[in-house]
Design a protein around this ligand. Structure first.
Ligand code: NAD
Length: 267
């Protein structure tokens, strides 16, 4: 099989078991593929059932799909328990599910219900995921928990406030919880990508373009974003960062926010 020929960060006596939320699309889908290529078994957890089943079928017998709305703590708990029931343990939880905010525009028009909706998926669910993964990982003194934050959580920009704040909160959750988890042998890290052309990003940019200085923003998106010496940032780049952080190669790295942005936030 293919993965035997690849660099095997996950080649250990027991193959690693991973749950990836938002795994039916974009970064999560690319990560599911890369995890499997590296010898892991993956449960894709998402709310897009048709897509999730199709992705799992395409990835083969090491992948499975389960419905999990991450805004519902009980569904997160059940997904973690499913991984343990099916495979005996859980090594990796990647809290990757995310949504954009549709409340763009001047502060005066800010929709705070939208803020709550975005925070529930992008921040609260990360904390809930950590809570339930740690419940099964800490007794084994092993495990790696990841979340997809964003460069939007590090800098101000035209990105809607709710999105930026939710991603800053996700980074904050990692900083806040990593110390306690370290004492239980569990690692916790964030990954902060820059722009990648996924359905989420295209929806988000579309909303912002409709409001902001469209010409200027279009230039930013097309010329500055995704460009590092002509290289385009792709979901696979985030997947490889996730493989590294989830693997034993990163056994001393915790509480970190790995920025994958080709230098965007450093000017
Ligand atoms: P995507 O739209 O391809 O994938 C997001 C997935 O999350 C979808 O499959 C969606 O169904 C799922 N999801 C949404 N709400 C959910 C819920 N309540 N429960 C379970 N699953 C849910 O977009 P993507 O860009 O791959 O997004 C993945 C993560 O990366 C998000 O957290 C996003 O904020 C973050 N991110 C993306 C970019 C980018 O430019 N694409 C940049 C920085 C961070």
């Amino acid at each position: 099989v293919d993965w035997i020929r690849q660099p095997l960060l996950f080649r250990v006596k027991t193959r690693k078991v991973a749950v990836i939320t938002g795994g039916a699309s974009g970064i999560g889908e690319a990560t599911a593929k890369e995890f499997i290529r590296n010898g892991a078994k993956v449960i894709i957890a998402d709310v897009q059932d048709d897509l999730g089943h199709a992705v799992a079928a395409e990835l083969g017998p090491d992948a499975a799909y389960t419905r999990c709305d991450v805004t519902d703590e009980a569904q997160i708990a059940a997904t973690v328990d499913l991984a343990v029931a099916r495979h005996g343990h859980l090594d990796i939880l990647y809290n990757n599910a995310g949504i954009t905010s549709s409340s763009v525009g001047p502060l005066a028009s800010l929709d705070l219900a939208d803020f709550d909706r975005v925070m529930a998926v992008n921040a609260r669910a990360v904390l809930a995921g950590i809570k339930h993964a740690a419940r099964v990982m800490a007794p084994r003194r092993a495990g790696s928990i990841l979340c997809t934050a964003s460069v939007a959580g590090l800098i101000g920009s035209e990105v809607p406030h709710a999105y930026s704040v939710s991603k800053a909160a996700a980074i904050g959750v990692v900083r806040s919880a990593a110390g306690e988890l370290a004492r239980h042998g569990v690692r916790l890290n964030a990954i902060s990508p820059h722009g990648i052309a996924t359905p989420l990003a295209m929806r988000g940019f579309g909303d912002v373009l409709a409001w902001a200085d469209a010409e200027r923003l279009k230039r930013v998106i097309e010329e500055d974003m995704n460009e590092l010496e002509g290289a385009k940032l792709e979901a696979e780049d985030i997947a490889r960062a996730a493989v590294y952080l989830a693997s034993d190669e990163a056994k001393y790295i915790t509480g970190h926010n790995l920025v994958v942005d080709g230098g965007f936030t450093v000017g």
